[in-house]
Design a protein around this ligand. Structure first.
Ligand code: ARG
Length: 482
């Protein structure tokens, strides 16, 4: 090397192009590289967390005697001003300063001088950024948990209103057995309950402090990590400096929980879309969630659920992006990690918007019980109940299944639902199965009624209105308990 190492003067270390690290470089980066490597356009949304983290760090440094009390006072004053500049939209974000951390540090130094330059003592952007994301994520998870609960409360209200509204339950999209609309909705309560659990679990592991790991090896200053953790509300400190700066598991776990939540809402969306199709007509969505067609005047399209279904794809993509981002990285920090934020933010934004819209949309579903009943009356939905009736009269289940299959065939031939056959017709239909006809009594047709079928399933998790109401009460108690 022919270039002489520059040795900038000790106090006014402002290198040629103003970059904090440019002392060892002999030329500035090109504009394209500047744009390519900068993250300030998207990481500035962590500004509040960055300031919070810096203040905790500065307080610790002052307590430990690493910086003077006056330095801390200057830093606090400068940060208060920066915070208000950001809040008022007056902060001058600059691509030249790469990211949120350097932008704020540079402004701090401009405002308070040397104290600003002392803030970064014993710290690296590597542990700083990891801290900021974790702080941001924990807050975001708390917001999501509140939104899931709000959605669940609306869902439970509708479920209660329709705890006894019969609808066909489907398997293979063929009418299977009667359930109630309330019971169907409670399936989504269970799904989102697991989702909330997953977010809480993710929060537990995210809520640990990386600060103190510095660049990767820790720091030689007499730091107090436990103090910083307490100041910032972290449950504990990360216990390995290399892991602390390179770990992004929490972001992956978050996106996995987000993708699964979206998958559940996508399934519900698919059902709303199907149910709203005029061919099915089980429900109608409030107009505010639908749009018309620019050419077909009659159309009312379920755009919102369709978009939820579509946006699930992008959240799945965010998860895959993060998994792929991490799979080839050696320890410890690599610049690749800067790519963690956009997928994470995108997944969070999508989930938050989707939950907000869904709470309102589900509350505004108009149920059409007559259409549900009509569909039930066409699908021989209580055939299993007739088989169970024969079993209770002593016929082996396989024989009962065969007998009822014959009865269904007879009903099909007449073009009616099984429940429409009278006793004589039922007996004639099952005659080929020994022991079946004589076991059919006057009460056989009760077994074929929808109300009877539902009421018979009053066990925990069953479709009986009574069981549905019990689960709703339980779910509400659970939500009230937080
Ligand atoms: N902007 C960076 C990120 O988002 C901050 C950490 C940069 N550290 C470094 N040594 N280049 O990850």
């Amino acid at each position: 090397m022919t270039t002489k190492p520059k040795s900038p003067p000790a106090t006014s270390a402002t290198p040629a192009d103003g970059k904090i690290w440019s002392g060892r470089f002999s030329e500035p980066v090109s504009d394209l590289v500047k744009r390519y490597t900068a993250s300030v356009t998207f990481d500035r949304r962590m500004a509040a967390q960055d300031i919070q983290g810096s203040l905790a760090h500065a307080r610790m440094l002052a307590r430990q005697g690493v910086i003077a009390a006056q330095d801390l006072a200057d830093i606090e004053r400068g940060m208060a001003q920066i915070r208000s500049e950001i809040e008022r939209g007056e902060f001058d974000w600059n691509l030249d300063d790469e990211d949120v951390h350097l932008n704020i540090e540079k402004r701090l130094t401009a405002l308070v001088g040397d104290a600003g330059k002392r803030l970064h003592t014993g710290r690296s952007r590597n542990d700083q950024v990891a801290t900021d994301i974790r702080l941001w994520l924990v807050e975001t998870i708390d917001e999501i948990l509140a939104l899931i609960a709000a959605f669940q409360r609306r869902l439970l209200d509708v479920a209660e209103e329709h705890a006894a509204t019969p609808m066909p339950g489907f398997t293979h999209l063929q009418v299977a057995q009667p359930v109630t609309f309330g019971h169907h909705l409670l399936a989504y309560y269970e799904m989102t309950r697991r989702d909330a659990d997953r977010f809480r679990d993710c929060r537990r592991r995210a809520n640990r402090l990386p600060l103190g790991a510095a660049a990767l090896a820790g720091t030689s200053y007499p730091i107090d990590r436990e103090f910083v953790a307490r100041e910032l509300g972290f449950d504990e400190v990360c216990r390995n400096s290399l892991d602390a700066v390179s770990d992004r598991d929490f972001a992956i776990e978050f996106c996995a929980a987000a993708a699964l939540l979206m998958t559940h809402l996508s399934r519900l969306s698919e059902e709303l879309i199907l149910w709203m199709s005029p061919r099915v007509g089980f429900i109608d969505l409030a107009d505010r969630f639908c749009t018309g067609s620019s050419i077909m005047p009659q159309k009312k399209n379920p755009d919102v659920p369709e978009l939820v279904r579509g946006k699930t794809g992008r959240v799945n993509g965010d998860l895959v992006a993060l998994l792929t981002l991490m799979k080839g990285q050696p320890l410890a920090y690599n610049k690749d990690n800067q790519e963690d934020k956009e997928p994470l933010f995108d997944a969070a934004d999508t989930v938050i918007d989707t939950l907000r819209i869904y709470a309102d949309m589900i509350g505004g579903v108009r149920v059409k019980p007559a259409a549900m009943l009509a569909a039930l009356a066409q699908g021989h939905a209580t055939a299993t109940d007739l088989a169970d009736y024969l079993v209770k009269k002593g016929l082996p289940f396989r024989d009962a299944h065969e007998a009822v299959a014959l009865a269904v065939r007879a009903a099909e031939e007449r073009g009616v639902d099984l429940a429409r056959l009278d006793l004589a017709q039922l007996r004639a239909a099952v005659a080929k199965v020994p022991g079946a006809a004589e076991r059919l009594g006057d009460d056989a047709r009760d077994a074929l009624s929808i109300e009877g079928s539902l009421a018979a399933r009053a066990h925990v998790g069953g479709a009986a209105p009574e069981a549905v109401r019990r689960e709703i009460a339980r779910a509400r108690a659970e939500l009230d308990a937080g």
